[in-house]
Design a protein around this ligand. Structure first.
Ligand SMILES: [Zn+2]
Length: 124
């Protein structure tokens, strides 16, 4: 377990964010909703709540992603001049999906970093 944590951390964070993997047992128990971290792991009992205090930062992420998307949508609108209903049809699901993925990724990275820090403190 303790071998080369730096080498595998990049890969495992991406995988954990995609699949919602618990940082301790690697079961898919991290999220109980698409972008909502569960209170604790249903497989190993690790309390995620103690690592998840980034709710204000998470709303900042939401704002940043939404602002970037609005910019992108305005650009696309300039280019293509799609009818407004078609833009809505494309933009609304795209916005929801992008925000969810960004939040999921952000929360997972934050939670795994805090989990690793607390594990390191236990070792010392
Ligand atoms: Zn677990």
């Amino acid at each position: 377990m303790s071998a080369t944590p730096d080498q595998r951390s990049d890969n495992s964070v991406v995988k954990a964010a995609l699949f919602g993997l618990c940082p301790r047992c690697h079961e898919r128990k991290l999220f109980d909703a698409p972008a909502s971290v569960a209170y604790r792991c249903k497989a190993c009992g690790l309390e995620f709540a103690q690592f998840e205090r980034g709710s204000r930062a998470a709303s900042l992420v939401t704002f940043a992603v939404a602002a970037m998307l609005i910019g992108a949508v305005l650009l696309i609108d300039e280019w293509l001049r799609l009818p407004i209903w078609l833009m809505g049809l494309i933009v609304v699901p795209l916005t929801i999906a992008t925000v969810l993925i960004a939040l999921r990724f952000f929360k997972t990275v934050l939670l795994m970093a805090r989990y690793q820090r607390s594990e390191e403190q236990k070792d010392q």
